[in-house]
Design a protein around this ligand. Structure first.
Ligand code: SF4
Length: 475
């Protein structure tokens, strides 16, 4: 039986964020947003909006016909000589990979960046089984050396400076290198090359799975993905069931959106198409290919009309880069490998409200994520729906909101619906807030209300709204 996930305390995690984090995160996200904006401008707003709409439609079509396209993809992968496994949850997915490892006597696995493998905690499971797993994406390699997870879904070590990475290499690898990107990359490349050659297994994710041909598509900027999927004798790809796309035409739309939104590139350095083990004598590559199709709660999300568009996500990271909350606290505060707005809506549904009920509240609902999302996911609508579910404590999300919050929400709702209650409540509020008001602003509110004023003052409740409304109406 699966263990209950550890609850995520977003507020406590945020308090633990080092003061240098926000500056490092903002420096990186400003750069990504700048390069993205330049490319979007070059496309032209009308064409970009049309492309977003096409991306939305392609993804929506794929997830609403998921059963059909997954069955088609399974047939195509099997026909190409690959093995397809279905994993209901994280535990089953890890067990499938461990079974492959046991059959092949795997001692060392090299891994390219895969958020699905982070989601299922694959490294921990493999290490517990005595198998060494080495991350080979440069950012993932760095955070693994630091015994941490990714801080961003696209650029896992983006919060670390070159100086910090140089010191880390010195400490963990015993190699001194100047704090220059090229020199540090060279150190990692030399270390990793030996490991690629001796690995028994390569693990990858997949940005997309093309149903018509069963092709796994990997979008990267480093050659490590190709090394992981071609050098070791066995390749295992872990792909969420939501990653399926009908055909190459649909893929072309999404590739245009993904690279521009993620890293501000027209196309990434490597876009790899993996079509199964070699079929002709002249072909090289792993003799065995396994595709693990991961559900892990995705079917449940699909069953909810209000939140199913969560599954449209192509993990570009743009909503993280634009989010004011993410820019203040960074990725680790979310306590989940997929962070930011997309992580909040995904994790809450995957882990449930008991474990992740705080995440939908980690948002200002400013809507910047909706506007930037290349596949037009209504993120704030989903966040609001999840807040409602958390507060109501429905059977999926389980009650995670404190009693006092529910009581306050009910009181607020009654006050707004009843004139005399509203009038009386506003008079009471004006009196109660008096000790905390300075020049029209409230600061340092007591007890649980202190959260509102922890980072900034709050406008005092004092305006005579009803009077203002009457005056405005000329009555
Ligand atoms: S929700 Fe949209 S913007 Fe955010 S990562 Fe997914 S596709 Fe990108």
């Amino acid at each position: 039986m699966s263990r209950a996930p550890t609850p995520i305390d977003f507020r406590a995690n945020s308090r633990g964020v080092p003061p240098t984090m926000a500056a490092a995160v903002q420096k990186a996200t400003t750069k990504f947003l700048g390069t993205r904006a330049t490319l979007v401008e070059a496309v032209g707003n009308d064409r970009w909006q049309a492309l977003r709409q096409a991306g939305h439609e392609v993804r929506l079509h794929a997830i609403t016909h998921l059963d059909h396209y997954l069955a088609q993809a399974e047939r195509a992968v099997t026909d190409a000589g690959g093995h397809v496994h279905w994993a209901r949850d994280a535990e089953e997915a890890c067990r499938i990979v461990l079974d492959v490892c046991a059959q092949r006597g795997v001692k060392l696995a090299v891994k390219s960046k895969s958020m699905a493998s982070e989601e299922i905690g694959l490294n921990r499971a493999m290490e517990a089984a005595g198998i060494r797993v080495l991350e080979t994406d440069l950012g993932e390699y760095i955070v693994q050396l630091k015994s941490m997870g990714p801080a961003h879904i696209v650029v896992p070590a983006f919060h670390l400076s070159k100086e910090e990475i140089a010191a880390l290499f010195q400490e963990k690898l015993g190699v001194g290198a100047p704090a220059e990107a090229e020199k540090l990359t060279h150190v990692a490349r030399l270390k990793l090359r030996e490991e690629f050659l001796s690995a028994d297994l390569g693990i990858s994710g997949g940005n997309f799975l093309v149903a018509e041909t069963g092709t796994i598509v990997m979008v990267t900027n480093e050659g490590n993905g190709r090394m992981c999927t071609t050098v070791p004798p066995v390749h295992v790809a872990i792909v969420g069931i939501d990653k399926v796309v009908p055909d190459w035409e649909s893929l072309a739309v999404l590739l245009k959106l993904l690279a521009r939104s993620a890293t501000g590139q027209k196309i990434t350095c490597y876009t790899s198409f993996i079509g199964g083990p070699p079929r002709r004598a002249a072909e090289t590559g792993p003799q065995e290919m396994h595709l693990v199709l991961l559900d892990n709660g995705r079917s449940r999300i699909l069953g909810c009309p209000e939140t199913r568009e969560t599954l449209l996500c192509i993990r570009c990271g743009a909503c993280l880069n634009i989010c004011p909350v993410f820019n203040t606290v960074g990725g680790y505060a979310y306590g989940y490998p997929i962070s930011g707005p997309t992580g909040s809506i995904f994790a809450t549904q995957i882990l449930g409200g008991q474990a992740a009920g705080g995440l939908p509240f980690a948002s200002t609902l400013c809507g910047a994520c909706n506007d930037i999302c290349p596949v037009k996911i209504p993120i704030t609508d989903i966040l609001l729906h999840l807040r409602h579910r958390v507060v109501e404590g429905d059977e999926q999300e389980a009650a995670a909101a404190p009693y006092v919050l529910r009581l306050a929400a009910q009181a607020g709702s009654a006050a707004l619906a009843t004139t005399w209650f509203y009038r009386m409540g506003s008079q009471m509020l004006k009196r109660l807030q008096a000790p905390f008001v300075r020049e029209g602003w409230m600061s340092k509110l007591p007890g649980p209300l202190s959260r509102w004023t922890m980072g900034r003052p709050f406008p005092a409740f004092g305006a005579d709204f009803r009077g203002w409304w009457r005056r405005r109406a000329g009555r």
